[in-house]
Design a protein around this ligand. Structure first.
Ligand code: SF4
Length: 629
């Protein structure tokens, strides 16, 4: 019998409103493990190249991993994946919270959803029983009302629910999937895919006790060791004390806080939107399933921007996207934008980016008051920002244009807008300036999902002696944040495997190696104790590479090539002011670094994994899939 997982995958066909259960062998789980690995497998197996991401042929996957739901701090993340309507390529997004473990307890390791329901439905999985239920009563509602009504409908106030808001129903291309109102699968437009399928929510409930661990006593011992170490470990203490809002002032001091649509990298209002300003609205900490860190925030603000604390509080990416990127230093307004996004189901990175793009268009006369009901929305206009978010959710006027994301909106506005439109592979950019940490530049350019800030640990952490944290990955020389040389490419490649492992296993980056309390050694001990597998870091990193190669092949089939592995104009220009004034990323050096990465990965100069690499990773079956394309 499987330990730590169910050995069951649920396949749902929404068109026919039926389902079936697959019971893969252990070797399947060992090869694909979960998260982005399992998702990439099912996307490649079920979607041919060229399908419409918002058509019934797209496949939507919810998946944890073989260790999801084990009672370790941070083993709570799960993946939602599909072909992305934003990029047209591999789409996946992870979230913490409570849904991932509950899905596992409900009896399934993953749910693979095909087709399109004739009318709105939600999926209810209760201790192995599966039902598609009418969602008429919740279609059109925000996430809080949806959660309350579905719990009432299934008669269980502990049911865990991942849902879309009105933005997903209206297929805003950067719509997200929310669980428990404050945890978002934000990136790649997974909410729009869910909306296109008339699927309002997945609700689940199960008994954690039915999951057995291979060595339950050892799991218990390791959990208690990990939680104790979290209490004593300075980086984890800081995460608990300040949460991700602490990054605002840190990045601003370093001169790499994206400001006014990437025009600047230092924001004069950083202290107002980050810590210490944030402490004034902080109501309490929150956490994810069984996590002793508890870094999540719940805020309460005064008029005029009263926010509902059920929707949590803005994290770093949201503070920077609606704050510095839009030139707004009013934390109440930023918290309100966060609430609006969580209520309506919008990715806060995408929403902030599209608002900042519009603001720069207004500043330069590319958009005018005639485009926005007489308003001219400039940087710093908090009410204008909230007005635009509302228009995007409702797809009204300019909001309907912006709901298509920065890339498509700029194409429709015309040539002049292109100067202010920044995306990678069609995905809006997370709030980290690679001119101060070039490994993040590689991450933005090479992530299969378009710009991604959680693709690899950030360079700035591993300067000097701190590099010893990376020794288990074979990185022995200190990392130089501004260098873009062979050593940096190697650092990025190994770091990508390390955080990629977190995506495959569904583990939060804030609980484990290289920076946080759980070492690589103890992580492997945990996987062994949960699954009973005699495994190693080497085997698990191979599974991670397998997942990366599958995502790459998915994109290759869709026509992505080296020209898509790039940054955007402003990163090749010098930073205008601040501690890193003059710093830029040379495009030719970037191209060389990317070619070197291909070589290190065993890919050809077009970025296609070579047949030998596929065989090396037991992915020979992908050679047929590739030639299909
Ligand atoms: S560290 Fe924070 S984000 Fe990560 S699992 Fe714990 S509470 Fe959630």
């Amino acid at each position: 019998m499987p330990y730590g997982y169910n050995g069951k995958i649920l396949h749902v066909n929404l068109t026919d409103l039926n389902f079936e259960i697959e019971t893969p062998e252990e070797i399947f789980y060992r090869r694909y493990i979960g998260g982005s690995g399992l998702a990439a497998y099912y996307l490649l197996k079920n979607i041919g190249p060229g399908v419409d991401p918002l058509g019934p042929e797209n496949v939507l996957i919810f998946t944890g991993s073989v260790v999801t739901g084990a009672p370790f701090s941070g083993f709570s993340r799960y993946t939602v994946a599909a072909k992305s309507p934003l990029t047209g390529g591999f789409g996946e997004s992870e979230a913490g919270g409570y849904f991932g473990p509950e899905l596992k307890f409900s009896g399934f390791d993953a749910v693979v959803i095909k087709g399109k329901a004739p009318k709105p439905v939600y999926l209810w999985i209760n201790n192995g029983r599966v039902e598609l239920k009418d969602a008429d009563a919740v279609w059109g509602l925000g996430n809080a009302e949806t959660l309350d009504k579905i719990r009432e409908d299934v008669g269980d106030d502990k049911a865990r629910i991942a849902s879309i808001g009105p933005a997903g129903e209206r297929m805003v291309l950067f719509a997200n999937v929310m669980n428990e109102l404050a945890h978002a699968n934000g990136r790649c437009g997974m909410g729009a895919v869910m909306g296109s399928k008339h699927l309002k929510a997945v609700a689940c409930r199960g008994d954690a006790k039915h999951l057995e661990f291979a060595d339950a006593e050892h799991v218990k011992k390791l959990v208690s060791w990990h939680n104790q170490r979290i209490k004593e470990h300075l980086p984890n203490q800081n995460m608990r004390k300040y949460g991700t809002p602490m990054f605002v002032v840190g990045l601003n001091k370093a001169g790499i806080l994206p400001t006014r649509n990437w025009r600047e990298s230092v924001f004069e209002g950083a202290e107002k939107i980050g810590v210490p300003g944030y402490e004034k609205i902080l109501k309490r900490n929150a956490t994810c399933y069984r996590c002793a860190v508890g870094c999540k925030r719940v805020v309460e603000t005064a008029e005029p921007y009263h926010v509902n604390p059920r929707y949590g509080g803005p994290e770093y990416e949201t503070l920077a996207s609606f704050g510095s990127l839009c030139g707004i230093d009013d934390l109440g307004a930023v918290a309100k934008a966060n609430e609006l996004c969580n209520h309506n189901g919008l990715d806060t990175i995408g929403a902030g980016a599209v608002v900042a793009f519009a603001m720069e268009c207004f500043e330069n006369g590319v958009l005018t008051a005639a485009d926005a009901d007489g308003r001219k929305i400039l940087f710093g206009d908090a009410d204008g920002m909230l007005w635009l978010v509302d228009k995007i959710v409702n797809r009204k006027g300019l909001g309907d244009l912006l709901a298509q994301g920065v890339k498509r909106a700029a194409q429709k506005i015309g040539d002049k807008a292109q100067a202010y439109a920044f995306t990678i592979k069609g995905q809006e950019i997370p709030l980290h300036d690679p001119r101060g940490k070039t490994g993040i530049g590689l991450s933005f350019a090479l992530s299969p999902t378009g710009a991604d800030h959680v693709e690899t640990p950030h360079d700035t952490i591993f300067v000097g002696d701190a590099v010893k944290l990376l020794a288990p990955l074979g990185i022995l020389d200190p990392v130089v944040p501004l260098a873009l040389d062979e050593a940096k490419v190697h650092f990025f490649k190994q770091g990508q495997l390390s955080w990629g492992l977190n995506n495959v296993l569904g583990i939060c980056n804030f609980v484990d190696a290289p920076l946080f309390a759980l070492s690589y050694e103890k992580l492997i001990e945990a996987v062994k104790a949960i699954t009973g597998w005699e495994t190693s870091l080497w085997e698990l990193l191979r599974a991670t590479e397998r997942s990366e190669v599958m995502a790459r092949i998915f994109n290759n089939r869709e026509g992505f090539g080296p020209e898509d592995d790039c940054l955007f104009r402003r990163l090749h220009e010098p930073i205008p002011a601040g501690p890193l004034k003059g710093q830029r990323i040379d495009p030719d050096r970037m191209k060389k670094a990317i070619q070197l990465y291909y070589e290190m990965m065993g890919w050809d100069e077009q970025g296609r994994p070579l047949p030998a690499k596929l065989h090396d990773l037991s992915l020979g079956w992908l050679m047929e899939t590739e030639s299909d394309g």
